[in-house]
Design a protein around this ligand. Structure first.
Ligand SMILES: [Zn+2]
Length: 277
């Protein structure tokens, strides 16, 4: 091989390697917002509000994305949606809310205005109307302690918009998109009484949302809306239904495997023992 050709080949290899490396690197969409490639066609969206709140993007076929949960504000949801439009040529998107808290659906207002259908259980709109104002009062002390008041102010001023595509909670929902089958499953009450999980069958990908804790979690976290007695039993049902799950995404913190599910059962049982539940 001539030196010039060898040099050219090296450049091609370097470019290919750089492309591969950058494909796996987080994409920053601002100081508090990041999109992290998790697997082929799967991205974890992390919104620091102020802790890490997850949502998940799955490319089911080249032109169809499923987005499970939203960032904690319409503004952050808009930034991610615009990145999606820029990067993938305006694909069709559907949103699935896994509960009534703002870390599940605060971006619905923006998404619905963009014509993105938002799926949610038939209990979720009622909980937004009847429980969310009480939830805000319960979590406010945590945000009041922070030096930056913008989280508190957002919490007090934001208006949560319910999903527009409702399904009966107890029945769940099954969607087929491209070659992917998506199951929305309610195993019983947990972190909230409407939390569901979303399972992507061909990817063996389980989005646990706020029902499932990260490995680093040392407690069940915010339990103000939880059914603590039911939570470990509900998670046990998830474990029994999806023993083949390969990748497990919690509502907050890094993804992992089924050990997150077992860890969550353990955390809830310890909590209940300590509190004589
Ligand atoms: Zn949460």
């Amino acid at each position: 091989m001539k030196p010039a050709a060898a040099c050219h080949l090296t450049l091609i290899l370097l470019a290919a390697l750089a492309g591969r490396l950058s494909a796996a690197e987080p994409i920053s969409l601002g100081a508090e917002l990041e999109v992290r490639p998790l697997a082929s066609g799967v991205w974890l969206v992390v919104h620091r509000f102020p802790g890490e709140c997850n949502s998940l993007l799955v490319q089911c076929d080249p032109n169809h994305f499923v987005w499970v949960d939203t960032p904690c504000t319409n503004e952050a949801t808009q930034q991610v949606h615009q990145w999606l439009q820029r990067t993938f040529g305006a694909p069709d998107v559907i949103q699935i809310n896994t509960g009534f808290h703002n870390d599940n659906l605060a971006g619905n207002g923006y998404l619905l205005a963009q014509g993105v259908p938002c799926y949610g259980s038939d209990l979720t709109p009622r909980l937004i109307a009847e429980c969310w104002p009480k939830t805000v009062r319960k979590v406010l002390p945590y945000y009041e302690r922070r030096p930056d008041k913008k989280y508190r102010d957002t919490l007090l001023s934001q208006k949560l918009v319910p999903p527009n595509k409702l399904y009966p909670l107890a029945e769940g929902l099954t969607l087929s998109i491209g070659s992917e089958t998506i199951e929305v499953y309610f195993p019983g009450a947990s972190h909230t009484v409407d939390n569901v999980i979303v399972y992507f069958r061909s990817r063996r990908l389980l989005y646990g949302g706020c029902m499932i804790k990260a490995i680093a979690a040392r407690s069940p976290g915010f339990t103000g809306d939880a059914d603590m007695a039911a939570w470990p039993h509900s998670v046990q049902k998830v474990l029994e239904r999806y023993p083949a799950a390969h990748l497990v995404v919690p509502g907050h913190g890094p993804a992992g495997d089924l050990s997150l599910v077992r860890h969550t059962i353990d955390l809830c049982e310890r909590h209940n023992k300590r509190n004589n539940l």
